[in-house]
Design a protein around this ligand. Structure first.
Ligand code: GLV
Ligand code: MG
Length: 330
């Protein structure tokens, strides 16, 4: 069944958005919603889930609608985390936020996703709301948090469940609880596990699903908010694997995330040089070659693919190149 006949979102072209730093803001705090406007985070997500007490959820929805409509988040991805489908709140969260501020919202974040059906249900609800409020059909994206064993087991189907899905996010705190991991410190290794990284499998599993379906892979929170070195250490691991960004819970973590998930300037320059050199040498003017030398390095089609990734991350992060490729004379 096509997405059109099923009533889900038609594929719209989705922009590649930088999401190095994903700032969590409790929807219950107008002050923090306001402060987020001035912080250099790539994404702001306004929470109605676990950072908001049950009694404060209705007010959080209203605060979020007001903040989104007031604006001031220019250049940032604007997301709202609703409650998960096992609660009594999800439907009203989505209806109120999209109905009240759908034109000023980029994505709905769905926590504790366990099955592809839960994505399909959100997709259908969003399509209905877009139709009834005169919004562009399919523009609002979905960010899927993987926070338990069932979600990880189904992560491939979750990533493929709707063209709206933009990110697959690791939720380490809920995940550790869900699998009975013997640790209370999110991101740190559980005591007794001394033979590697206890999170490697989970991170890789999420990354594979994200890459297979062309989604972004996002790492979750680091709760020791004063320990910026600790943040960088943990972020550095998922960044090294290929993750696109990580949550930030505190202004002090924003710069760290932007740094860790951006290419280094050298790597960015190098990637742009490879792309230019490869384009030149594979053209008729450059001799229509396949494998060519750039300085002391041999580059080929696979080098170009790696360079495309680094260059795209650098461009999305607004980096400027500091070197240019000059074709050889004659
Ligand atoms: C985030 O939601 C987490 O549970 O880590
Ligand atoms: Mg969670």
């Amino acid at each position: 069944m096509s997405s059109m006949t099923s009533g889900g979102a038609m594929p719209v072209s989705r922009p590649l958005r930088a999401r190095r730093s994903n700032l969590a803001v409790p929807g219950s705090s107008p002050k923090m919603l306001d402060k987020a406007r001035g912080l250099p985070a790539d994404q702001v997500f306004m929470d109605i889930e676990d950072a908001v007490a049950p009694l404060a959820k209705p007010e959080a929805r209203r605060n979020i609608v007001a903040a989104l409509n007031e604006g001031g988040y220019d250049g940032k991805v604007r997301a709202v985390r609703v409650n998960d489908w096992t609660t009594q709140w999800t439907y009203a969260d989505v209806v109120e936020v999209v109905g009240g501020a759908g034109a000023n919202l980029d994505c709905i974040m769905l926590p504790k996703v366990q099955t592809a059906d839960q994505i399909v249900a959100l997709d259908l609800l969003l399509t209905q709301l877009e139709k009834s409020h005169g919004l562009e059909i399919g523009r609002i994206g979905i960010e899927a948090q993987i926070e338990n064993a069932m979600g990880l087991t189904n992560v491939d189907a979750i990533a493929a469940a709707s063209p709206r899905v933009e990110t697959i996010i690791f939720g380490p705190a809920d995940f550790m609880a869900s699998i009975n991991m013997k640790s209370l410190v999110v991101g740190e290794q559980p005591p007794g596990y001394d033979v590697g990284d206890a999170y490697h499998y989970i991170l890789m599993r999420i990354l594979m699903a994200a890459r297979a379906y062309d989604k972004q892979a996002i790492d979750g929170p680091y709760l020791q908010i004063k320990d910026v070195e600790g943040y960088k250490r943990v972020a550095g691991r998922s960044a090294a694997l290929g993750f696109d960004g990580k949550w930030v819970l505190h202004p002090g973590q924003v710069e760290a995330a932007n740094e860790v998930y951006s290419p280094r300037q050298d790597d960015y320059d190098h990637a742009e040089l490879i792309l230019d050199a490869y384009e030149y040498y594979t053209s008729a003017a450059g001799g229509a070659k396949g494998a060519v030398m750039l300085g002391d390095e041999m580059i080929d089609e696979a080098s170009r693919k790696m360079a495309v990734v680094i260059a795209a991350k650098g461009r999305a992060a607004g980096m400027a190149r500091t070197q240019t490729f000059t074709p050889p004379e004659g």
